[in-house]
Design a protein around this ligand. Sequence first.
Ligand SMILES: O=C(O)C(=O)C[C@H](O)[C@@H](O)CO
Length: 261
Amino acid sequence: MPAPHNPFKAALKEGNIQMGCWLGLADPYLAEVSAHAGFDWLLIDGEHAPNDLRSIIAQMQVIAAGKSHAVVRPVIGETWMIKQLLDAGAQTLLVPMVEGAEQARELVAAVTYPPHGVRGVGSALARASGFAGIPDYLTTARDEICLLVQVENRKGIAALDDILNVEGVDGVFIGPSDLAADMGHIGNPGHPDVEIAVLDAMNKIVASNKAGGILTLQPGMQKKCLELGATFVATAVDVTLFAAAIRKSAQEAQSLRNGFP
Ligand SMILES: O=C(O)C(=O)C[C@H](O)[C@@H](O)CO
């Protein structure tokens, strides 16, 4: 019996668009709500949300029971961190701040067992192997792991062609917020210079036959990236949605109260 099939990786390979949502509320109860909403993928954010290994596992567990695929973002692409997340059952990783081909090759090695990689062998204890319930996990796991890297500063953009030549990287995600900051337009990912850089990079990614991805709340940018051939596009953030809704509700409550003496 092989490692669990990764439908998200298969969809990207076939060029099937996958629409996603960012999960920053760092809670399995709330992740479960999103898991039944209808997104193709949900990003469990270990970089900017208050997640740890346990909270990431809990969110993966509830997402597994829903209709979405869990994509896990570590704080940074450290080999030991990737080892833990893969053993915990993550099959798709989105690694932030990738700036060069050598770093990308190290990430490929981190998701690959020896002799071709350096992923530590712990399947006997791992949720990923069904707690040793999947006899062929060690020999089939790599094929079902989807490695996505983030290019999100000028150094990464300059190295994009080299990164795209790294075998074993399945997709490249452009991070407009960090790219905007590095380009001198912090807080303004919609700046014309940033948009040009994002779309140029997306063009290159798609042309390389790797999957192109982005998170953008701008409908115009979402459409442009899809038109260029991006296949994993996040269009929502749970924190943003919740915060806006709860603020609106509070304002309505106060307006109602103000109508009384
Ligand atoms: O740089 C970006 O944009 C991303 O990588 C996404 C952000 O980290 C996410 O937190 C939304 O701002």
